[in-house]
Design a protein around this ligand. Structure first.
Ligand code: G3H
Ligand code: 13P
Ligand code: NA
Ligand code: ZN
Length: 324
């Protein structure tokens, strides 16, 4: 069944584990993610980022997606996920990842998402609180879960300077939960978005521990979320490069650290990059192995390849490697 994300998060608190949350950009990926969770008899959190909704709404130039595109995309993916979830034995939640503003969140909710993230982390604390509160009020009235963010992650979001740390302050986190009523909160504690997290990135687990301690002390029942948590498996990076790719300085978070924080109060672990890498590897393999497509291993040359191969005209050939 399709459920609000909070139902899944509550189970993690009760049984002391963390739930993976996986980004999807297409209906075929959503189907694949649900199937894998069924194999493991696990609940599933699927997330579509703001721009993913624009893409799924039919905007190939997704960066220019309008609110209407996002709303249509949210509807498309939610309709499909709802159908899959109705026929699935595992609970499935569909969560908006990094909602930009109130309107993006409302569009996702209108489309059928059961959870939204409002990312006000770039705003001053008080403005972040105000925006998040607004979304919480709107979402909770509709039975939808809300995730907020406090502190700025390194990487695509900002740089973390030792002298001017943007790690989440545990006391601020407590204040944020109290003032906004969010169900979940993304904290900045050393992780980073993207494939280049740095070779020796270490999660500052003491930030998670302190935040959880402060929350317990104040009787707050919220959930802590770990963004930028891809492990960037080195064998996948090597395989991409062996297949003609050129991906450098790609290092992720160590799996052991994720396991450790999953016992220290981190309840949701976001993964997007690892899936993007695996998709790229598999597509490169396809172009290497399928004789009808042979000629190049470079994804940038797909168009040229198709022109050169009159017998290759079936897009369904490209989807299975993406689902795998
Ligand atoms: O955390 C951000 C996600 O990786 C989404 O990326 O905005 O390119 O869809 P995107
Ligand atoms: P990665 O880039 O490490 O996969 O993080 C994804 C994420 O945080 C999505 O919100
Ligand atoms: Na953020
Ligand atoms: Zn994120």
């Amino acid at each position: 069944p399709l459920v609000p994300m909070k139902a899944i998060l509550d189970a993690t608190e009760k049984y002391n584990y963390a739930q993976g949350a996986f980004n999807v950009n297409a209906v075929c990926q959503a189907k694949a993610v649900i199937e894998v969770h069924e194999m493991f008899r696990s609940a599933a959190i699927l997330q579509g980022a703001d721009l993913a909704n624009a893409f799924m709404g039919g905007r190939t130039d997704f960066a220019n997606g309008t609110l209407e595109d996002k709303k249509r995309g949210a509807q498309n993916i939610a309709n499909a996920v709802k159908k899959y979830a109705e026929n699935s034995p595992v609970p499935v939640a569909l969560h908006l990842d990094h909602g930009k503003n109130f309107e993006s969140c409302a569009a996702a909710i209108a489309g059928g998402y059961t959870s939204v993230m409002i990312d006000g982390s770039a705003l001053p604390f008080e403005e972040n609180v105000e925006l998040t509160r607004e979304v919480v009020k709107y979402a909770h009235e509709r039975g939808v879960t809300v995730e907020g963010e406090l502190g700025v992650l390194a990487g695509v979001e900002d740089h973390v300077f030792a002298a001017n740390s943007t790690y989440t302050n545990p006391m601020d986190a407590v204040k944020f939960f109290k003032q906004t009523g969010v169900d979940a909160l993304a904290i900045s504690y050393g992780t980073k978005h993207g494939a280049n997290k740095g070779k020796d990135t270490v999660i500052r687990k003491e930030i998670a521990i302190a935040t959880k301690e402060c929350m317990l002390h104040e009787g707050i029942e919220g959930t802590l979320v770990s963004h930028g948590s891809s492990t960037v498996p080195q064998y996948i990076v090597s395989e991409i490069n062996a297949l003609g790719g050129d991906i450098h300085d790609a290092y992720g978070i160590k799996k052991e650290q994720l396991k450790e924080v999953s016992k220290l109060g981190i309840r949701k672990i976001n993964v997007d990059t690892d899936i993007r890498l695996a998709v790229t590897r598999n597509l490169r393999e396809l172009f290497r192995d399928d004789p009808s497509l042979r000629g190049s291993a470079s994804i940038g040359e797909i168009y040229e390849l198709l022109c050169k191969n009159p017998s290759a005209f079936d897009p369904r050939v490209f989807f299975p490697p993406i689902m795998d």
